[in-house]
Ligand binder design. Structure first.
Ligand SMILES: [Zn+2]
Length: 109
């Protein structure tokens, strides 16, 4: 079923992502950002969260074992330094994956 461009009122194919007559772009929150694209960006955020966790683990482990006495308290503290990044990337990824793709698409010009 064809739909109408809200900007120029011309009919567009239901699957079209760009209006052929005025160039308006379909998207969620941002022009050209389909649900698929948001999910792809979410993957990158999850990779960022995973990287932050890995760096935190490496940092924590090396801090814990660097002195003559293994100190897991220091290691845990160093690991926690990275936790804001894990949280930030994790929450951003979750929002981009679970909430934004369910929002209404609109046309941008
Ligand atoms: Zn249009």
């Amino acid at each position: 079923m064809p739909q109408q461009c809200p900007h120029c009122m011309s009919e567009i194919h239901a699957e079209a992502t760009t209006c052929p007559s005025c160039g308006a772009q379909r998207g969620i929150l941002k022009p050209g950002w389909s649900a698929e694209r948001w999910r792809g960006a979410a993957q990158i955020m999850f990779i960022g969260a995973g990287l932050a966790a890995l760096i935190g683990l490496a940092l924590g482990y090396s801090a814990a074992t660097s002195s003559w006495q293994v100190n897991w308290g220091v290691g845990f503290f160093m690991f926690m330094l990275l936790s804001p990044f894990m949280l930030l990337f994790g929450i951003a990824g979750l929002v981009m994956r679970r909430f934004i793709p369910r929002m209404q698409e609109s046309w941008f010009r």
